[in-house]
Design a protein around this ligand. Structure first.
Ligand SMILES: C[S@@+](CC[C@H](N)C(=O)[O-])C[C@H]1O[C@@H](n2cnc3c(N)ncnc32)[C@H](O)[C@@H]1O
Length: 182
């Protein structure tokens, strides 16, 4: 959603790791978006609480767990959840219209193994996801900014990968796709 999100600041110090890979420019919440949230957030939404979440309780089962970060409009996540119905999927996306669109599609297809955060993935990983709670992380085309001065603001950088590694169980997998060689 490069038209509505742009990279912002990156700050690292001894006490706090902070990667801010986006700035939201979302404007008004449209009636269609509002309807999607009114109708489907209770089923599919996870409110950011800042505390480690019990995903067995959330999904009502202890299944293999996949996190997709920055799912955009969610086509890939919808497809995966339907194709891999024995697994549970957690999507994280800051772009609210994308979250609304995916919730509509999930509800239309009556998909039950997906939950979504409309929140910063760095904060979700730091505070909501316990160490070793994930079996796989998927990130597809996360960084649309090709200018050198944006390098420090990319999501995919060492501090973020270190954080990710702590959240994935031993033997787990990171599936990362990008068209940017650096
Ligand atoms: C270039 S788009 C790619 C979308 C989708 N994965 C695809 O392949 O079409 C990158 C997405 O990552 C989201 N994003 C960027 N930083 C994020 C963060 N820190 N937390 C959650 N989502 C983020 C953006 O809002 C955007 O939707």
């Amino acid at each position: 959603m490069s038209d509505e999100t742009t990279p912002a600041t990156h700050h690292t110090d001894a006490h706090e790791r902070r990667i801010r890979s986006f700035v939201l420019r979302q404007g008004r919440f449209t009636p269609a978006q509002q309807r999607a949230f009114d109708q489907h957030w209770a089923r599919y939404g996870l409110d950011y609480s800042g505390k480690a979440r019990d995903f067995v309780a959330t999904f009502g089962r202890d299944a293999s767990r996949v996190l997709e970060i920055g799912f955009g409009n969610g086509e890939q996540l919808l497809h995966s959840a339907q194709a891999e119905s024995a697994r549970d999927f957690i999507g994280v996306e800051v772009h609210r219209p994308g979250v609304g669109r995916l919730m509509n599609a999930l509800a239309d297809a009556d998909v039950g193994n997906v939950r979504l955060y409309n929140h910063d993935a760095v904060e979700v990983l730091e505070h909501e996801i316990a160490p070793g709670a994930l079996d796989e992380v998927r990130i597809y085309f996360p960084d649309p900014w090709h200018k050198k001065r944006h390098n420090k603001r990319r999501l995919i950088q060492p501090a973020f990968l270190e954080l990710l590694a702590t959240r994935v169980a031993r033997g787990g997998r990171l599936h990362l796709a990008t068209d940017w060689a650096d």
